[in-house]
Design a protein around this ligand. Structure first.
Ligand SMILES: O=P(O)(O)OC[C@H]1O[C@H](O)[C@H](O)[C@@H](O)[C@@H]1O
Length: 304
């Protein structure tokens, strides 16, 4: 149960979290971005493109980027805010969040700079607690308004989940919900009643979702369960092959082995008065399943 900071070849600091039982996570101070999460069997659960560059001012294509102060193109800033392009710091005096026994955690902070204020004229503190437990990774983001006027923002935690074959996975928990389809000019649709399967580009924001979403991967015999709080919306994104070819930081076959499932607050922006703080919560956990042999009923994962 520990963490340490290492510098890779480019002097890019990473925090390594370990739990003593085989689980580990790596977090870049750049972007406050988790780039690796391994379970007790040391299997990598997150996707990171082999073509991504770990360089300042470049997005890292994979892991768990944080979108703040804007999710997607839902306001006027550049796509998905600037927090993912900033160097965060270790937060040595985190405001009181109870420590967790038997878990390894690290607290990061991003404070607005003069450069940020030119892009988004608000003063803020964005904190992120990252907690590693056995087969579980929890993220607790907090935003504090340190400005002398109210502000509002949208927020997202994008999870690049590693899957065996995206066209074989099933997503449960989003059935029958309203969603905005980014491919169709953000038109509103209603999802069908069955588990979702992916067979082409998908770029959707589901509104007011349940707190639990499951991604069932038959081939990996694994179900990834996402639980969230304070983040009412969720998104699915996969660029599929055609769009992927236009993305320089994405390998040709990468679309096949990843699926982004986001926790987000998009439709209704979060309003904060001066010195008020907002807190979100996201937990990812895995259940190993031999689904074909009927050992696991995904409905139990979802509702149990
Ligand atoms: O390239 P990024 O900024 O990481 O965004 C990747 C994708 O994310 C979103 O879901 C947007 O709706 C897409 O238009 C965008 O291509």
């Amino acid at each position: 149960m520990t963490w340490s900071v290492v510098h890779d070849g480019d002097g890019f600091p990473r925090v390594i979290l370990t739990d003593g039982g085989g689980s580990s996570a790596e977090v870049l101070l750049y972007g406050g971005q988790v780039v690796s999460w391994k379970n007790e069997r040391r299997e990598e659960l997150l996707f990171t493109s082999s073509k991504t560059s770990f360089r300042p001012q470049k997005d890292v294509r994979g892991g768990i980027p944080i979108f703040f102060p804007q999710y997607g193109s839902f306001k006027s800033l550049d796509l998905s805010g600037f927090a993912r392009n900033r160097l965060w710091a270790l937060d040595s005096s985190p405001a009181p969040l109870p420590p967790l026994k038997n878990h390894s955690s690290v607290d990061l902070i991003l404070r607005s700079t003069n450069e940020d204020v030119r892009i988004w004229p608000r003063s803020f503190e964005l904190r992120l607690r990252i907690i590693l437990g056995p087969n579980k990774l929890t993220l607790i983001p907090r935003v504090r308004n340190t400005d002398n006027k109210d502000f509002s923002f949208t927020f997202g935690i994008r999870n690049y989940i590693s899957v065996s074959d995206v066209s074989e996975v099933r997503v449960e928990g989003l059935e029958t919900l309203d969603y905005l389809d980014n491919i169709m000019g953000r038109e509103r649709f209603v999802e069908q009643p069955d588990a979702i399967t992916i067979d082409g580009e998908v770029d959707r924001v589901y509104l007011n979702t349940p707190t639990k979403i499951a991604v069932i991967d038959h081939e990996k015999k694994r179900t990834l369960v996402l639980r969230k709080d304070g983040l009412p919306d969720a998104a699915l994104w996969n660029p599929w092959n055609k769009k992927a070819r236009t993305m320089p930081d994405f390998g040709d076959g990468d679309f096949n082995v990843m699926l982004c499932v986001d926790s987000a607050a998009v439709e209704t922006p979060i309003n904060l008065k001066t010195f008020q703080e907002w807190r979100g919560h996201q937990e990812l956990s895995t259940v190993s399943s031999s689904y074909c042999s009927g050992q696991l009923d995904p409905r139990k994962v979802l509702f149990g």
